[in-house]
Structure formats: structure tokens, C-alpha cells
Design a protein around this ligand. Structure first.
Ligand code: CTP
Ligand code: ZN
Length: 152
């Protein structure tokens, strides 16, 4: 194996979220609520990536997510790969998939939607996962990838 430099140190146990596009890093942090976690978190951004141009990576010590919690990040980081680390070894790799429905996280793009004037948690059915299209349960309008705004 050729010499490889780890830009961000290896972790002993936990989760490494790799292949996040640099522009989505803070959205991922927000969606996963990482600002409220008291475990050690390290991250790097604007790292070189052949596929994404500039990528970001998040390393979470002693944190293991449930699939349903992690899949939410597919909305902003569809190429993200999770590496589960146990005793310094990668024991599992997972990809993320946009869930069938989204509760909260995304703002309905219809300014007249009730969720934008009252304290109601948004809820969408996912019509398309690749080029994301979300149908609001309240006003039935479609919020697409281009107009998608992340709440919080
Ligand atoms: N990693 C880490 N701590 C460890 C082991 C791995 O932080 N103890 C990180 C690596 O820095 C890398 C990711 O976990 O960012 C995946 O590790 P590995 O599978 O060894 O790397 P690659 O083969 O480059 O992964 P990919 O599947 O993304 O090509
Ligand atoms: Zn709506």
C-alpha cells in the first residue's frame, strides 16, 4: 500500500461520514443535530475528491446512528458513505438513501402553506429520490431539490 496521510486523525470507535460535498457540511451537521452532541467530533472540509471536487468528512467518536436517523442526510448529501469503526477497523460501510417520507427538516416552498404561518411541523411524501421532489401533506405543492430549504 502506498503511503497515505490521514488529514483528520483516525478514530477508535464510532462513525465516519465521508463523501459529503463541502457545501453541504453544515447542513449535515444541522440535520443530525451534531451541535447538541457532547462526544468528540472532528471534521475536515474542502478536502480533495475526484468525484465531488471538494468534499467534507465528519468523524464521530462513540456514536452509532440508526439507519432511519442517518438517511435524512441523503437529502443534502446523496453520495455520503458511512463507515462504522470498531477498534480502529472499518467493520461496515453503508450508503444513505432518501426516506419515503420526510418529517420536519425541510421547509415547504409554498409561501401560503399553513406550515409557514403556523407552528406546524412540515411533512412530505417523497415523489422522487434522485432529483428530490417532495409533496407537502398540507398544501400538496411540490418542493424540488432546487428550492429545498433546510430548517434550523
Ligand atoms: N477512518 C477513520 N478511523 C479509522 C479507520 C478509518 O477515521 N480507525 C476513516 C478513513 O479516514 C476514511 C474512512 O474512515 O475516511 C473510510 O476508511 P477506509 O475504508 O479505510 O478508506 P477508503 O478505502 O478510502 O474508503 P472509501 O470506501 O471511501 O473509498
Ligand atoms: Zn405546504
Amino acid at each position: 500500500m502506498k503511503d497515505k496521510i490521514l488529514v483528520v486523525s483516525a478514530i477508535k470507535d464510532g462513525t465516519v461520514i465521508d463523501h459529503i460535498s463541502a457545501k453541504s457540511l453544515f447542513k449535515v451537521i444541522s440535520i443530525l443535530g451534531l451541535d447538541k452532541i457532547d462526544k468528540t467530533i472532528t471534521f475536515g472540509t474542502n478536502l480533495e475528491s475526484k468525484k465531488l471536487g471538494r468534499k467534507a468528512i465528519i468523524k464521530l467518536s462513540d456514536i452509532f446512528f440508526k439507519d432511519k436517523d442517518i438517511n435524512k442526510i441523503a437529502l443534502v448529501a446523496p453520495d455520503a458513505k458511512l463507515n462504522i469503526i470498531k477498534n480502529y477497523e472499518v467493520v461496515e460501510k453503508k450508503v444513505v438513501e432518501v426516506p419515503d417520507e420526510i418529517t420536519g427538516i425541510v421547509k415547504c416552498m409554498n409561501p401560503k402553506c399553513i406550515t409557514n404561518s403556523e407552528k406546524i411541523v412540515t411533512k412530505f411524501d417523497v415523489l422522487s429520490k434522485k432529483d428530490v421532489k417532495l409533496k407537502c401533506r398540507y398544501c400538496e405543492k411540490i418542493t424540488d431539490q432546487e428550492h429545498m430549504e433546510i430548517l434550523r
